[in-house]
Design a protein around this ligand. Structure first.
Ligand code: ADP
Ligand code: MG
Length: 699
């Protein structure tokens, strides 16, 4: 029997070498299977006929039934065109051809009934249809045409005749070949219980639906299947890992933890912090390796949770490592931990790309003989020459900067993999978290420390900047400080820097009686640190910066965050930046500055930012606006988001539903041997063996 997953597309009738190359390159279609799963992006109902008098320039493709009354050739050169005056008795519309004029004129006749199909547009105040399909009405059976599929193609493809219609023909040829019913991929009980269409029928119907109802049933079946196998795979993987990896046990809550908690902690933990610490203690005392995702909005106090988890390791004779994405953040975390620990005998070291060789030697020694208790560092820690004596826990701050691959690298630093706590302030919408981190347990700090006032966010246009400067001045005079952030605008670092420099100069002029700091990624680490410190100590009042301050930086006295060119930022980034203020007890402000002319999308983002302070709400909105492929972190996550039909933003309910079904399958058939589920396991293997298998991180 023909196996579409392996049969090369070039053997399909109508394809051949040349078109195969085009399909490979432009659409990543290599096998018959790839084409089978290349679904239409829309359908047009060809049983509906519009009246000419109903037409307007905003319509999508429509169909008309009528006659051509006269032809007219107009224009010169590039604008030379043939116009056919077409009517159905309600009004006239111009059908226009710029190419193949002679051919069209020969083929079409006056006063004969035609079905015209095309997209109306406006030209010189009149509706016309350029290059429509025109068919003899006597030969077209309109009510039999049903929904016509439309496939995305590229300009290159269109130029060589591989347009949507041509793809539809190829798919038709493919179904001619598939004479046997296609192999079902879900078990009979699941199909029956959830009222699913068979795979064979669904694949045929998704390309050539006979009715809207049939199309919807096919879409549901295929979405179901797609999400089901993703969830089955990830749940299976995480069960497997739990079975395989024993974890270090930290049974003791010992001296360091207790002394820190009772003597050093300057404030009460929030209820949410307490709960999370409890969850972590349960994990690390369970004999299994912990893999926990800690989500907490900016300022919710994750660092403290990290520190207490690391002290648990110390108390049980293990080392800990705190991984952060930037040097500034590493330095700041290092300083914070040292300050919080005070005189407790805990050795904390810092390792970044710019740690000098001379300083490295004692750190490396201390790591290998176990004298260093906590290592704070950047990517530099991942290098192979960094070896621990006995690494018990790794905390990864601001996860979205670290991919799954890096997580795995840390695991390999011990025979028994260390516990892993991943912290993120960019809340990941539930659907995405379930798909990306289905193997992680999730804790949430859903409470801010007491006394925080919600940040007031406003959006202003650049021409109102004067009042903004007055406002900043007032805040500074009250003893507060301000950030002004510039985005990366161009591809070129030089130009971006120019943008920052210009802004800095302008602000220096306006605020000539104050001191300003400047910070950007191209500065030497030492300079960065110095500038940051000057601001943190209150020696400067305004910090002009690029987005290097985006994550983690903590200056509680800063109360104003101005974001220049706010239209250039995504929602989660705006929220992150805003989180740099509102960390002390005073009222804080975030001001988004944009051009006057905004796209619809930007307007929405500004609206969401000014109306919500809730990171989760913002992340959900972001997912809806941008789609999962653009969400921060997903590119590095190892899952390329080219889901073929499901949409994580829209199909959340279905995702949760199939997750439970997948869980049920695993519970019922943990050894993958039940005859009932044979087709399912076979299918999972096939998907994972496919060339473009892209859930790579969790294979
Ligand atoms: P984030 O979750 O964004 O990493 P941090 O850990 O930087 O937040 O904490 C933000 C600020 O809140 C810090 O200055 C920290 O000392 C303070 N903080 C943390 N927990 C509490 C608490 N329970 N009560 C009061 N302040 C707290
Ligand atoms: Mg933090």
């Amino acid at each position: 029997m023909l196996d579409p997953t392996t049969r090369n597309i070039k053997f399909l009738p109508g394809v051949g070498e040349q078109r195969a190359t085009m399909l490979n390159r432009e659409l990543d279609i290599h096998s018959l299977y790839d084409l089978l799963y290349y679904f239409p992006y829309k359908y047009i109902d060809r049983s509906k006929v519009f009246k000419v008098s109903e037409l307007n320039g905003q319509m999508q493709h429509i169909q008309l039934l009528g006659e051509i009354r006269s032809f007219e050739e107009m224009g010169e050169g590039a604008s030379r065109r043939l116009v056919a005056h077409f009517t159905d008795g309600t009004a006239f519309v111009d059908l226009v051809w710029f190419r193949g004029i002679k051919f069209v004129k020969n083929k079409l006749h006056l006063n004969k009934r035609y079905v015209v199909f095309g997209k109306p547009s406006m030209f010189n105040g009149r509706v016309n249809i350029a290059h429509p399909d025109v068919d003899d009405a006597a030969l077209v059976k309109l009510d039999g045409m049903g929904l016509q599929p439309y496939y995305n193609t590229t300009e290159k493809m269109k130029r060589s005749g591989l347009n949507s219609n041509a793809i539809a023909k190829l798919v038709g040829n493919l179904f001619q070949l598939l004479t046997h019913e296609m192999q079902e991929s879900l078990s009979p009980d699941i199909i029956a219980k959830h009222g699913l269409m068979s795979l064979d029928k669904a694949l045929r119907a998704i390309h050539f639906p006979k009715s809207l109802k049939e199309l919807q049933a096919a879409q549901y079946r295929l979405k179901f299947e797609e999400l089901f196998f993703i969830q089955l795979n990830i749940l299976n993987y995480s069960r497997d890992r739990q079975k395989r990896y024993v974890g270090h046990r930290f049974p003791k809550v010992g001296e360091m933890f207790n002394r820190f908690y009772h003597e050093n902690l300057p404030f009460e933990l929030t209820a949410a912090q307490k709960r999370v610490v409890r969850e972590i203690r349960n994990d690390v005392n369970s004999n299994r390796q912990m893999n926990r995702l800690l989500q907490g909005d900016v300022g919710s106090g994750k660092t403290l949770v990290a520190l207490m988890s690391m002290l648990l390791a110390k108390d049980n004779g293990y080392q800990a490592c705190l991984l952060v994405p930037t040097e500034i953040l590493a330095e700041q975390h290092h300083a914070t931990l040292c300050r919080m620990l005070g005189n407790l005998p805990v050795r904390v070291e810092l390792l970044t790309g710019s740690t000098k060789q001379k300083e490295r030697t004692p750190i490396f020694e201390g790591l290998e003989n176990g004298e260093v208790d906590i290592l704070v560092g950047t990517h530099a820690v991942l290098e192979d020459n960094v070896q621990f004596h006995n690494l018990g826990i790794v905390v990864i701050d601001e996860q979205h900067r670290f991919g799954v691959a890096q997580r795995a690298k840390m695991w390999a630093k011990n025979n028994i993999p260390p516990h892993v706590l991943v912290m993120t302030a960019t809340p990941i919408p539930r659907t995405l978290a379930m798909t990306l981190y289905g193997d992680l347990d999730v804790s949430v700090i859903d409470e801010l420390p007491p006394g925080r006032k919600p940040i007031t966010t406003t959006h202003i246009f650049r021409n109102r900047a004067d009042s903004l400067y007055t406002f900043i001045r007032r805040q500074i005079d009250e003893g507060r400080q301000a950030y002004v952030v510039y985005p990366l605008i161009s591809e070129s670092e030089k130009l971006d820097l120019q943008n920052l420099e210009d802004g800095y100069k302008k602000l220096c002029n306006i605020f000539c009686d104050y001191k300003l700091s400047k910070l950007h990624g191209k500065m030497k680490p030492k300079e960065k640190e110095e500038e940051m410190q000057r601001f943190a100590k209150g020696e400067t009042q305004i910090l002009v910066s690029t987005t290097v301050i985006e994550v983690g930086v903590d200056v509680p006295n800063a109360s104003v965050m101005v974001i220049e060119n706010a239209e250039r930022f995504g929602l989660s980034q705006l929220h992150q930046l805003r989180g740099r203020v509102g960390r002390g007890a005073s009222q804080s402000y975030c001001v988004l500055v944009t051009d006057y002319k905004l796209s619809e999308d930007t307007r929405k983002r500004m609206e969401i930012m000014t109306s919500s302070n809730d990171g989760f709400e913002i992340a959900e909105a972001d997912l809806k606006l941008r789609g999962p492929g653009d969400m921060e972190g997903t590119q590095q996550s190892g899952i390329a988001f080219d889901l073929k039909i499901a949409n994580l933003a829209r199909d959340e309910q279905l995702l949760q539903y199939v997750r439970e079904i997948a869980r049920g399958v695993l519970d019922a058939d943990p050894t993958h041997t039940s005859p009932n589920y044979r087709v399912i396991w076979e299918r999972l293997r096939t998907i994972k063996n496919m060339r473009n298998w892209n859930w790579g991180a969790i294979s």
